[in-house]
Structure formats: structure tokens, C-alpha cells
Design a protein around this ligand. Structure first.
Ligand code: NAP
Length: 237
């Protein structure tokens, strides 16, 4: 039986993915701050879901994840869905700090913990939900775009490291456009996909061990255009 940890599984894409793994006979470890929601998910598949509730921003992630790993007697995949972003019209530093604490610091702690575990074990698969936002800066939520860029580059570094180690450690970077979850904020949204559709696509990419995937597929085009836009033009948006 394959074992997967889903970090940030109480709602949104993490919740849907955790359920999909459970339906497909994985042993699933789920985390999030809202314990009642995690328990509700566990009640749907009580024999294959373990849970641990904690706030990733407390930076005690290695310990908390370690407890869950021990309860499950190891794991093969880790899907990191916990993420944060706030529209920051007044450019309030506290909002930026909250985003960075989760998307940069906690992300790094969890990724390092998982990667080192995979090295010890001789293989594994780390999957992170980053964002199309990580491809360019953004005035509405500068820390969000910057933190997602950090994640994208960090994952590339880990992929290179796995290659150098010649170990079967797979790194999947999932880059959604807009998905209809609590996270999707802001007025000008387009090509929004349901979390069910997004999750179906993400699940397929996980099984295929895709390195970089856009959700939905058509966002690959936006990504391409986004990267091509000259800075002098982009700054006027
Ligand atoms: N929705 C979109 O349009 C979109 C687009 C691109 C990228 N993404 C990325 O997709 C990922 C998943 O987001 P989602 O759209 O599925 O939104 P969501 O429903 O808000 O899910 C976020 C998950 O992260 C957990 N989480 C948040 N802060 C946490 C913390 N401090 N400690 C522990 N867990 C925490 C939440 O659980 P608790 O609140 O219970 O802790 C929840 O389970 C995020 O990284 C987001 O940046 C989303």
C-alpha cells in the first residue's frame, strides 16, 4: 500500500486530493489547522486516513510531520498544498510577513524534511502546489508572487540535487491559474476551474510524475505569454 502525506488537506485542492488518494487505496496522512474539518474527512475513510492538526507557521513542522510519518510507518509521497496569500492594497508588512512565513519558511522546512527523508529511504516524490503567479511579480500581493517564485526555483534546485544524487526522487511543481477555492481572491478572475476538475488533473500528473504542470492545461499559454512580456510593458498593468 502506497503512503502519502497531504499538508493542507482541510479544504480546497488538498482536501479533494486526500479523498482521491483514499479512494485509490493509499494510506493518507492529512494536516491542517482546522481539526474538525480533518476529522470530517477522516470519517469518510476511517481505515486509511491518519491526521495531525498544527499550524505550519509555528515552524515545528519537522517534529509534527515526523509524528505523522511514525504513525503511518513511513511515506512515499508528500503533497504540499498549504499556502497563503492576501490582497495587500496598503502594502502592510504584517500581511507580507504572514505569506512569507508559510510560503517560504514553512515550505522550506517541510520540503527539506521530505527530501532528506527520501534520500535516506532511497526514493520518493515531492509535489508542491505553487502558482502561475510565481512567474512574474505582482502589485496586488507582492509577497504572494515572490514567494511562489521562490518555491518554483527551490523545487528546481531540489530536482537538480536529486539528479546529482542519482536517486529516484521525483519533484512535481503544480502551477494552477485560478481554481475555485477559498484561496482564489480578487476581482479579475478568468478561466477559473472547479477544485474537482483541478484535482483530477493534478492527480493524473502525480501518477505520471510530471515535473511541471499547469492547471488547467490552457494556462501553459498564459505562462508563455507572461514570461515573454517586456518589463517596460508589464509594469504598466
Ligand atoms: N485557488 C487558486 O486559485 C490557486 C491558484 C494558484 C495556486 N494556488 C495554491 O494552491 C494551494 C492550495 O490552496 P487552495 O486553493 O486549495 O486553498 P484553501 O482551500 O485555502 O487550502 C489551503 C490549505 O492550506 C492549509 N493552511 C493554510 N494555512 C495554514 C497554516 N498556517 N498551517 C497549516 N495549514 C495551513 C489550510 O488548512 P487550515 O486553514 O485548516 O490550516 C487548507 O487546508 C495554495 O498553496 C495556493 O497558493 C491556489
Amino acid at each position: 500500500m502506497k503512503k502519502v502525506l497531504v499538508v493542507g488537506a482541510s479544504s480546497g485542492m488538498g482536501r479533494e486530493l486526500a479523498l482521491k488518494f483514499a479512494e485509490n487505496r493509499f494510506l493518507v496522512g492529512i494536516t491542517g489547522r482546522r481539526k474538525s474539518l480533518l476529522k470530517e474527512i477522516q470519517s469518510l475513510h476511517p481505515n486509511v486516513i491518519c491526521l495531525r492538526s498544527f499550524d505550519c507557521r509555528k515552524m515545528n513542522n519537522s517534529f509534527e510531520m515526523g509524528q505523522l510519518k511514525d504513525e503511518m510507518k513511513g511515506f512515499d509521497l508528500l503533497v504540499l498544498c498549504a499556502g497563503h496569500g492576501e490582497i495587500n492594497k496598503s502594502l502592510d508588512f504584517e500581511l507580507e510577513k504572514d505569506t512569507n512565513t508559510l510560503n517560504v519558511q514553512a515550505f522550506t522546512e517541510i520540503s527539506v524534511w521530505a527530501f532528506n527523508y527520501f534520500v535516506q529511504q532511497g526514493g520518493g516524490h515531492l509535489i508542491v502546489i505553487t502558482s502561475i503567479a510565481g512567474l512574474r511579480g505582482g502589485r496586488v500581493a507582492p509577497a504572494y508572487n515572490a514567494s511562489k517564485a521562490y518555491q518554483i526555483h527551490y523545487l528546481e534546485g531540489l530536482r537538480q540535487r536529486a539528479g546529482r544524487l542519482k536517486l529516484p526522487i521525483h519533484i512535481t511543481d503544480i502551477r494552477p491559474g485560478f481554481v475555485d477555492t477559498a484561496m482564489a481572491k480578487g476581482g479579475r478572475r478568468f478561466w477559473v476551474v472547479s477544485k474537482e476538475k483541478a484535482t483530477r488533473q493534478i492527480y493524473k500528473h502525480i501518477l505520471r510524475k510530471t515535473e511541471i504542470a499547469y492547471i488547467s492545461k490552457r494556462w501553459r499559454l498564459i505562462a508563455w505569454l507572461f514570461k515573454l512580456l517586456p518589463a517596460t510593458f508589464y509594469k504598466k498593468f
